[in-house]
Design a binder for this molecule. Structure first.
Ligand code: HAS
Ligand code: CU
Length: 557
């Protein structure tokens, strides 16, 4: 039986999340294209330099927050239901969190779009990092607050499913997909509490005029406490697919279930006590705290390097099942002609490049070179813009048939799409990295009037880099349209009935019986994670609030 027949209510929620995610992808993607074309200098008149910041905010909020997080909800709602074989406790509750998130996202989007309309006098050009001293209309902050509360309730929904399952399965190991969902949500609760407090205690009252001033350094610190772990809220759904679906698509089985659990436990522990690596250049936070954050960040590479090992070992196993031989011969036997497989593996390759640029960012001294330059957008277009986004797209080629009951249409287009994305992001990110090293700033509405005379790139020139970014953006947007086409065609015109995607996932080569029981002790990992957070942040935050939470620190001398 297909998922949509067994769990029609859960499939409906999953589809609704996909619909919102897709809408955000299209609008946010269009904003990205406009910006990149503006930056080429040739199409600078598309928007004014003031509108640039509104468009940039819309691009960031719609893609990094709305597209990714609704995509996560779609995936995780399906994942817990499928792996526990357990319906949600209350159907209305799923629609409650979905509704809160949707209303919140719409409110924030309206506030942002206000910046493009001369008839209204509200705006929210505060960028997707939205900390003070930039100030947005209250609608923006209220929308974000609702959105975050919605995600918390989504987590409650999945925990309830797990508790209900546990009642009938007291001795069983947590199924791997559910384990990944619960671990992600524990990390998210620990991380997002500070952004909720930042919004509700400081930014919203400030923009409503209830309080006159806020301490920019404190609100930045509260943002970045959340701002690093949020990147794993985008990444872990991709890991969820790489660990559970990709091995099957490769023709094999997951190499090791215990290693996958270790990886997710490490993310619970280490995702949060690292936020200061975004503030290496902030005055007012002592070097010692920054040094601790740098060290923790280097430890945090471990789960991703373990993932590289486990996922590639699983793919190799699949390639060998399909007849591959020799050291590298298995590579050619993999199903490169399947869009879902190709999309995930191409994402993984780009993730490796993005991860290495993350190591560069994380070095305290090297960070001074790249911070606030185009290097950083180069890094994250490989990470959230490809590892997360392209994996989610590829995953939906496999998942949509299960939640709609329709056959995937236009498989050829679904195959070209990820390769086109791969080529597009190669142009975009490579040019961004080079431009960043040449000193070209990020988040700056510079078009042709800025001559960059003081920059001397080792190779090429800045004009050529900006053109390459424009070319990359055009290819990425074209790929996005192809994706949209396949999804809409499948959803609305796909043939009913036989669903070719078989939703079962084969057991791991080394199964959960080899995983020490302690790995499933989520209470223990939560407690340890909180201890690490207190150690990394306690004294630093005390220093920021000791003179009163609304008083800015002493100016740097
Ligand atoms: Fe980052 C800035 C450090 C990961 C996103 N990051 C950002 C920003 C974003 C972002 C959006 O330390 C900008 C924020 C802003 O607007 O200011 N980042 C890191 C480090 C990691 C890292 C150390 N980042 C991510 C992920 C993101 C993301 C994941 C989104 C999803 N990042 C930084 C730092 C900054 C920063 C500084 C501040 C910069 C500044 O100055 O502003 C690590 O987690 C990366 C670990 C990854 C690896 C790669 C392992 C390789 C694998 C390959 C598997 C291969 C497969 C395919 C599956 C070590 C797992 C193979 C197939 C075959 C067949 C061969
Ligand atoms: Cu970070």
């Amino acid at each position: 039986m297909a998922f949509v027949d067994d769990y029609p209510a859960e499939a409906r929620v999953t589809r609704a999340c996909y619909a919102v995610s897709l809408t955000a992808l299209v609008i946010g993607g269009l904003f990205g294209l406009i910006q990149a074309l503006h930056r080429t200098g040739i199409y600078r008149d598309l928007i004014t330099s003031v509108e640039y910041y509104t468009v940039l905010t819309g691009h960031g909020v719609l893609l990094a927050l709305v597209f990714t997080i609704f995509g996560l909800c779609a995936l995780y709602h399906w994942g817990t239901t499928r792996s526990l074989d357990q319906p949600v406790r209350y159907r209305w509750f799923s629609w409650l969190w979905f509704g809160l998130m949707l209303v919140g996202a719409v409110m924030a989007t309206i506030a942002i779009l206000g910046g493009l309309l001369s008839e209204v006098d509200f705006s929210a050009a505060v960028l997707y990092t939205f900390y003070a001293p930039l100030e947005a209309h209250p609608l923006f902050y209220a929308g974000l607050a609702l959105f975050v509360v919605g995600t918390w309730l989504a987590g409650v929904d999945w925990f309830w499913q797990y508790f209900d399952w546990r009642d009938d399965n007291s001795d069983a190991r947590i199924p791997l997909q559910t384990f990944m969902v619960l671990a992600t949500m524990i990390m998210w609760y620990i991380a997002s509490v500070s952004v909720a407090a930042e919004i509700l205690v400081f930014l919203l009252p400030w923009s409503l005029g209830i309080i006159d001033v806020v301490d920019p350094l404190l609100t930045r610190t509260m943002f970045w406490y959340f701002g690093h772990p949020v990147v794993y809220f985008w990444l872990l759904p991709a890991y969820f697919l790489w660990y559970s679906v990709l091995p099957k698509l490769s023709g094999g089985r997951l190499f090791s279930d215990p290693l996958a659990r270790v990886v997710f436990v490490l993310f619970i522990l280490l995702s949060t006590p690292v936020g200061f690596h975004h503030q290496f250049l902030d005055p007012g936070i002592s070097e010692g705290f920054k040094f601790i954050a740098m060290t923790n960040t280097m430890f945090l590479l471990l789960p991703s390097l373990l993932t590289a090992f486990t996922v590639i070992a699983s793919i190799e196993h699949g390639g060998r099942q399909l007849g591959g031989e020799g050291y590298l011969g298995w590579l050619t036997d993999l199903p490169w002609g399947d869009g879902a497989f190709a999309g995930m593996v191409l994402s993984g390759l780009m993730f490796a490049a993005g991860g290495f640029s993350g190591m560069v960012n994380a070095g305290m001294n090297v960070n001074y070179l790249v911070h606030n330059t185009l290097w950083v957008p180069g890094h994250f277009h490989l990470m959230v813009g490809t590892a997360s986004a392209l994996t989610m797209m590829a995953g939906s080629y496999w998942l949509l048939p299960q939640v709609t009951g329709k056959r995937l249409r236009f498989r050829g287009v679904a195959l070209v799409q990820p390769y086109l994305w791969f080529v597009g992001v190669t142009f975009l990110a490579n040019a961004m990295f080079r431009a960043g090293l040449a000193g070209v700033p990020r988040r700056t509405a510079v078009a042709t009037e800025y001559r960059f005379v003081e920059f001397q790139p080792v190779l090429g020139d800045v004009t050529e880099m900006r053109l390459q970014m424009g070319l990359g953006a055009v290819l990425l947007f074209t790929s996005l349209l192809l994706y949209l086409f396949v999804v809409l065609a499948t959803w609305f015109t796909g043939r009913d009935g036989s669903i070719e995607a078989d939703g079962t996932i084969p057991p791991a080569l080394s199964g959960p019986e080899h995983a020490p029981e302690i790995l499933d002790n989520l209470k223990l990992w939560t407690a340890l994670a909180i201890v690490l957070v207190v150690l990394a942040y306690g004294a630093a935050v005390y220093g920021l609030v000791a003179n009163g939470p609304l008083v800015p620190g002493l100016p740097p001398v």
